[in-house]
Design a protein around this ligand. Structure first.
Ligand SMILES: C[S@@+](CC[C@H](N)C(=O)[O-])C[C@H]1O[C@@H](n2cnc3c(N)ncnc32)[C@H](O)[C@@H]1O
Length: 259
């Protein structure tokens, strides 16, 4: 679509509507997702698509959801959570308590609630209210609701399921005790300034579509946001190249400590 209403035009218009800057994401993946959504709603060009996004709130929200890919799981990659529980958190607690923890790109809340359950169960009263943030208001609303289908609970240890969820119709709701441990906030990791002095940041399965440049920028911002000795926990397909230059050292696969 290299006409007047081409890609660059679309990005500018979309940023005006949503405040989301898609130039920081990989173009081929974004184009594929945008084009597949346009097909779904039977729209053939960016001009008409922008008009539709402005006019139809429901379509706009569906599109944001489609674009941001917010699949999540409780205790995603359980063996990495084991390293977190057995090595990383005990190490952090030797230096400070309670810990300041942030789930960045939290989607529908599974990661933040996994953290809350883990602390409640294994390290009671050793964490401040957990910050959980995402770009997408829709997922944040779902996260705050804390209501999950049985299918979504499959990766949850049984004891946690029994202790921290209440059956509600066909679904299960996170108990108030766990909910109170988390605060959900909207935040764009690429644009907004970060709070400081964190002991532990989880940013997992968020940067997959970021350009290399925006990834580096983000990891630098995380390094500034952690206290020295604080730890960044990333996704199982991710790696930080030139970690030292960004102010990190690797302490285990998928865990980086601020120098
Ligand atoms: C695949 S989910 C990851 C959820 C969870 N961290 C996990 O690993 O299960 C990716 C999330 O990143 C969010 N995201 C994408 N770009 C973002 C940005 N610039 N700022 C904040 N969140 C972003 C999406 O909205 C989506 O909810």
């Amino acid at each position: 679509m290299d006409n007047l209403y081409g890609w660059e035009w679309f990005l500018k218009q979309f940023q005006t509507i949503s405040k989301i800057d898609l130039t920081s994401y990989k173009r081929p993946q974004m184009e594929r997702r945008i084009n597949s959504f346009m097909k779904l709603v039977n729209i053939g060009d960016y001009n008409k698509f922008i008009t539709l996004l402005r006019a139809d709130d429901a379509i706009y929200h569906r599109f944001i959801e489609h674009l941001t890919i917010n699949v999540s799981e409780f205790f995603r990659n359980p063996n990495h959570w084991e390293v977190l529980e057995k090595d990383v958190i005990p190490g952090l607690l030797k230096e400070k308590s309670p810990l300041r923890v942030w789930s960045a790109g939290c989607s529908t809340g599974e990661e933040a609630y996994s953290l809350a359950m883990l602390f409640r169960e294994k390290f009671p009263n050793k964490v401040d209210r957990i910050l959980a943030s995402d770009l997408d208001n829709e997922v944040l609303e779902k996260a705050a609701l804390g209501l999950y289908a049985v299918k979504g609970l499959q990766t949850l240890p049984v004891t946690y399921g029994n202790r921290y969820f209440i059956k509600e119709g066909e679904n299960y709701r996170v108990t108030d005790e766990i909910k109170k441990m988390v605060i959900f906030q909207r935040q764009d990791l690429l644009i907004d300034t970060f709070p400081r002095d964190f002991d532990l940041i989880l940013c997992r399965n968020v940067v997959i579509y970021f350009t290399e440049e925006s990834k580096q920028k983000l990891y630098r911002k995380f390094a500034e946001s952690l206290r020295p000795g604080g730890v960044l926990f990333i996704g199982s397909t991710e790696q930080i190249f030139q970690a030292r230059e960004l102010g990190f050292k690797s302490i285990a696969t998928f865990f980086y400590q601020k120098i």
